[in-house]
Structures are given as C-alpha cells and as structure tokens.
Write a protein that binds this ligand. Structure first.
Ligand SMILES: C[S@@+](CC[C@H](N)C(=O)[O-])C[C@H]1O[C@@H](n2cnc3c(N)ncnc32)[C@H](O)[C@@H]1O
Length: 238
C-alpha cells in the first residue's frame, strides 16, 4: 500500500471532512471532550510533550490543548492543505508548535525525542497490519516511562471481518450522514471502502503488549469510533 492514496481525499481538499465532523457524524464532540478529560488526568502541574500523528488540521485537538497546554506540540501529516489550516487552529497555543509534512510511521520510527503523549486521531486504520505493529513498536520506544498513547480510531468487533465492518459502516454513512451531498457522500464511501483497514481491539492490544505497552484501556466508544489508551504501567496514570 502506498501512503499517497489513502490520504488523497485529505490532500485534495479538507472541506468534505470538515462537513462530516461539523455534523458530528464521527462523534468528534464526545471523543475530543473525552480526550481533554484524559489530558487533564495527567495532572495540571505536570509538563508534557505531545506528538500528534495524522494531525490533519488539528481543529478538534487544538481547543483541548489550549485548556491543557503541553510544553511542546508536534503534528505530522501528509496533507499540506490540512497542515496549513492546522497553523491557524494552533496559533494561540502558548507553547512550541512544530508542524511536519511527512509520513506518520516514518516520523514515529525516526523521532529522537521522548514523548509523554502520542496522539493519533482516525489515522492508524490506514496502515496495513504489519505497519500497525511497527507503529506500536516505535511508540513503545519513544514514549516516556509514564507516557500515554491515546489512539482514537475505528475498530472492528471481535471476530468481525473487514468486509462485514465495511458493510455496516457504509450502511450507516448512507443512512445517517444525511447532510452530506450525494456525490460527496459517495466519494467518502469510496475512500472508506478502498483505504480503511481497522483492527479488532484484541489485535491492537496484542501489538501494544508486544511493544511493552502492557496496559490497554478502552476509554470510550461511540458506535465503531473508539478512544483507546495504551501505556507501560498497569494504572495508566501519569
Ligand atoms: C480522518 S483525518 C483525522 C484528522 C484528525 N486527527 C482528527 O482526529 O479529526 C486522517 C488524517 O491522517 C492523515 N494520514 C493518514 N495516513 C497518514 C500517514 N501515513 N502519514 C501521515 N498522515 C496520514 C491524513 O492526511 C488526514 O489528515
């Protein structure tokens, strides 16, 4: 799988994804409210450094970070259109902000920094299974001792195959995403059908465990959309 293809929809234009999220079809409101709560759980006086992999325009993470600012934020994405918008959304952050145009897997595998929070929202499902395992291994290497990997993503039910997941998800898109114009909805459906490779939670947990992240929590789920927290220590406390 090349990386240019799954991100083409985001590279060409960001407006379709914005429309989808403005109608909260992927539950960004509830999910990012939960992410903000998680960041607050790390303790108000503790500095933290956050790497955002597949940051997009950071529209929904930016307000969480404003209320719980990190010491340093770095976002990585293959879409320059999204990164240009991210600059605007992150402008008020009172910390160092670095935005890098590049592949998230390469970024996490090559970082020479230690991160307290690795965050990824709706991006990891674009990786092939072996790439996801590499992602977790790299996360295990660059997370600080008490670091957290917060992963927001679509997840398959246990024993549900990809075909069945896609049938359910596409059915839901066509029934519920009523405010998306028909041609754009079909464009979004084609993107999901061609490029979404979600895993089951047990698979992700096993990959994390093999990478030394022995604690795995499902923080929340809204339909297929999950917030997962991985860390080294059993308590998952910062
Ligand atoms: C669905 S958007 C999610 C944006 C944001 N994180 C959110 O939660 O709303 C997925 C983003 O991941 C990026 N992406 C997907 N695969 C990537 C890769 N291999 N390397 C870097 N960015 C990637 C896309 O360009 C897009 O901006």
């Amino acid at each position: 799988m090349t990386h240019a293809e799954p991100t083409a929809i985001f590279t060409r234009s960001w407006s379709l994804y914005d429309l989808i999220t403005e109608h909260n079809y992927m539950f960004h409101r509830e999910i990012y409210s939960g992410v903000e709560d998680l960041l607050k759980r790390r303790g108000h006086h503790e500095n933290y450094r956050l790497l955002d992999l597949g940051c997009g325009n950071a529209r929904y993470l930016a307000p969480c970070l404003k209320r719980r600012p990190p010491e340093a934020y770095e976002g990585v994405d293959l879409s320059e259109v999204a990164l240009a918008e991210a600059r605007g959304y992150l402008v008020e952050l009172p910390c160092q902000v670095i935005l890098t145009h590049g592949d998230l897997l390469k970024a996490v595998e090559s970082t020479d920094k230690t991160w307290d929070v690795l965050f990824s929202g709706f991006a990891i499902h674009h990786l092939a299974t072996d790439e996801k395992a590499r992602f977790f291994r790299a996360a295990g290497r660059c997370l600080s001792e008490k670091g957290w990997l917060i992963m927001v993503d679509v997840v398959r039910e246990e024993n549900q195959d990809r075909e069945s997941f896609l049938n359910d998800y596409l059915k839901c898109m066509r029934e519920k995403w009523t405010q998306v114009p028909r041609d754009q909805l079909e464009q979004a459906c084609a993107h999901v059908r061609d490029y979404d490779y979600p895993e089951c939670f047990s698979t992700l947990r096993k990959m994390a465990e093999e990478a030394g992240l022995r604690s795995a929590h499902m923080i929340s789920r809204q339909a297929q959309h999950h917030t997962l927290l991985f860390s080294r220590s059993a308590l998952a406390e910062g």
